[in-house]
Design a binder for this molecule. Structure first.
Ligand code: SAM
Length: 265
């Protein structure tokens, strides 16, 4: 991500709980605070010459410029979880050969939609850890998973079981012992972006775009006890060239696939 000028503010007439959040965001994200007063977002951006504002709203945190808004939401995860609970098969579960209680490292957490599906399937005894290199995405995701309002108790606990780490997976993998997770998962930004995905379009300006390397796949193979799994577009051959051998297709409209390298002992 190129350096962007970002400042934190609130809505007009903020409540106490919004004001309390300012200090935490200043400290955790290193952003300076600008008072909203009666300014519009556009006026504030102009006045303080920023690219984006991190706005503490009453019910959510939003990273916004004049045209776009980035805020945490579960994307398709809730729908997928419900379908799996009804007995439908999902390719990510098949690609991981996921067993209740497994431990999973999601190297490219993003908004944790994939992790949420995995966490729900794993249940209480499973472990799911996600690394996200961009501090804004990591923070929005951690806050969203903690605070998003849902009546579904099972989904709520699946959200709370995901451990969010703001780190580069290249460094994080190197810090781990051999065989420390059952499955290591990658969903890197696609080399050929799917511009029709509104979800990815909102994440794109902040996401790290570098693709998976052979070195990171080998590190993941050292860390994984059972298998390494990665997502890519259906037509792409990138995963084959990185040594992925088993493929599981393919998303609601068949546009994505999951590749796996199964570890043999
Ligand atoms: C395609 S998105 C992942 C979406 C995610 N699977 C979901 O369901 O929400 C890829 C994410 O991986 C992050 N990323 C890319 N390279 C990374 C790295 N080296 N370490 C950690 N995160 C990385 C990007 O910033 C981006 O947020």
């Amino acid at each position: 991500m190129l350096d962007k000028v970002i400042k934190v503010t609130t809505t007009k007439n903020p409540r106490d709980n919004q004001l309390i959040k300012i200090k935490e965001i200043q400290e955790k994200l290193g952003l300076s605070y600008v008072e909203r007063k009666n300014y519009s977002i556009a006026d504030l951006i102009e006045k303080y010459k920023c690219d984006y504002l991190f706005v503490i709203k009453r019910d959510k945190l939003v990273l916004t410029d004049i045209n776009t808004e980035l805020f945490w939401h579960p994307n398709m995860a809730f729908l997928k979880i419900k379908a799996i609970q009804k007995g439908e098969s999902d390719p990510i579960i098949r690609a991981m050969d996921l067993q209740k209680g497994d431990s999973v490292l999601d190297c490219t957490l993003g908004f944790a939609a994939d992790s949420l599906v995995v966490s729900s399937y794993l249940g209480d005894e499973g472990t799911i850890v996600g690394t996200e290199v961009n501090k804004y995405i990591a923070y929005l995701t951690a806050e969203g998973l903690d605070n998003y309002n849902t009546d579904g108790l099972e989904i709520k606990s699946a959200m709370q079981r995901i451990k969010v780490i703001n780190a580069d997976y290249n460094n994080y993998l190197k810090s781990l012992e051999d065989n420390s997770f059952d499955i290591v998962y990658f969903d890197p930004m696609f080399k050929v972006p799917n511009k029709k995905s509104e979800f990815m379009n909102s994440l794109r300006p902040f996401a790290e775009h570098s693709y998976l390397s052979l070195e990171s796949v080998n590190e993941a193979l050292r860390v994984a006890r059972k298998r390494v799994v990665a997502k890519d577009r259906m037509f792409s051959k990138e995963l084959e060239s990185l040594g992925f051998t088993e493929f599981y297709g393919g998303g609601a409209r068949g546009s994505t696939k999951y590749g796996a390298i199964i570890k043999t002992i």
